[in-house]
Ligand binder design. Structure first.
Ligand code: DOR
Ligand code: ZN
Length: 343
């Protein structure tokens, strides 16, 4: 049987929520990954070190006893974040970054940053204290077409941020366009990007052609085929600026399959399998280990993991939903067959 074995990977962008959803989804990630960068967009958002440490404890409680997994916490940046909190975060072994959501850009981003220029003193502090900034790179301007919002963010804000803070380590999260790929490639080694499985595997036809499929709806929205091809090229290039971040974002099925469905694709149930499919299609399975297991750790200055995971070429069918009782989460590729399976 065909198998691939790689060093245990990390998920450098993950939503696990809290409460009952956390208990349902976390085992999926803990089976596959050694560590994950945990997004702070809870309700209310995780804005302080104290809140992040409490949230970390809740996550630790949800890890199945037989699995070894480390949550790497982040803080949600707001207009009221203080330099003292940034100092505290930089000094904590458990806090690894700040996340910048432009206010209104996506799920639970209402408390995000409304005036990006106004937080430049905070970015200066992060640069000085050497704590990374993770960016949801989309403008929120109603007049800007939803398919152009990432490109507009780069032109309006990101270029200025990287010009002003050359020493700040930045991850442009879940890149979705050829322009974002080019921007990251052309920037210094302090600028990197995560790429999700859905943006590598699907273009916007999967979301919109022949019927509207809410489980393919996430933000930034899936783009046209030429952009998907640019992302595949970047992910499989061996360039260490591009690494794995699933952006797995669970929402209850009832909140996805409705007149105004939430943004987010749930992919943690089969994250590595989905990436393996994308890399295999590009004839680049030999590049999966760097993307999944090395480049993210290196960027965050974490030791590379020891141990391995093995994927085998075995077909299996993704179940229609995960979660007990009235807690139903519909995964990416529900009821469909996947070609790779984690051993
Ligand atoms: O689709 C998304 N879902 N994009 C985000 O940026 C947030 C995420 C979520 O938290 O559901
Ligand atoms: Zn996200």
């Amino acid at each position: 049987m065909k198998t691939i074995t790689i060093t245990k990977p990390d998920d450098l962008h993950l939503h696990v929520r809290n409460g009952a959803v956390l208990k349902t989804v976390l085992p999926h990630t803990a089976r596959q990954f050694a560590r994950a960068i945990i997004m702070p967009n809870l309700k209310p958002p995780v804005t302080t070190v104290a809140q992040a440490l409490t949230y970390r404890e809740e996550i630790l409680q949800a890890i199945p006893a037989e699995l070894d997994f480390a949550p790497l916490m982040t803080l949600y940046l707001t207009g009221s974040t203080t330099e003292a909190e940034i100092k505290k975060a930089a000094a904590s072994e458990h806090i690894h970054a700040f996340k910048l959501y432009p206010a209104g850009a996506t799920t639970n981003s209402d408390s995000g940053v409304a005036d990006i220029k106004a937080i430049y003193p905070l970015l200066a502090a992060m640069e000085r204290l050497d704590i990374p900034l993770l960016i949801h790179g989309e403008v929120t301007d109603d007049a800007c077409d939803i398919f152009d919002r990432e490109r507009a963010f780069i032109d309006t804000y990101l270029t200025d941020i990287t010009d002003n803070f050359p020493g700040l380590r930045i991850v442009l999260e879940h890149v979705t366009t050829a322009e974002a790929v080019q921007f990251v490639q052309a920037s210094s080694t302090n600028v990197a990007a995560t790429i999700t499985p859905q943006h590598l595997l699907f273009n916007r036809n999967a979301l919109l052609a022949g019927g509207i499929r809410p489980h393919y709806y996430c933000l930034p929205i899936i783009k046209r085929e030429s952009h998907r091809l640019a992302l595949v090229e970047a992910a499989t290039s061996g360039n260490p600026k591009f690494f794995l971040g699933t952006d797995s974002a669970p929402h209850l099925t009832s909140l996805k399959e409705t007149a105004c469905g939430c943004a987010g694709c749930y992919s943690a149930h089969a994250a590595l399998e989905l990436y393996a499919e994308a890399f295999e299609r590009a004839d680049a399975l030999d590049k999966l280990e760097g993307f999944a297991s090395f480049y993210g750790a290196d960027f965050y200055r974490l030791p590379r993991n020891s141990g391995t995971v093995t994927l085998e070429k075995t077909a299996w069918k993704v179940p229609p939903t995960y979660g007990k009782g009235n807690l139903s989460i519909t995964p990416l590729k529900a009821n469909e067959e996947l070609g790779w399976k984690l051993q």
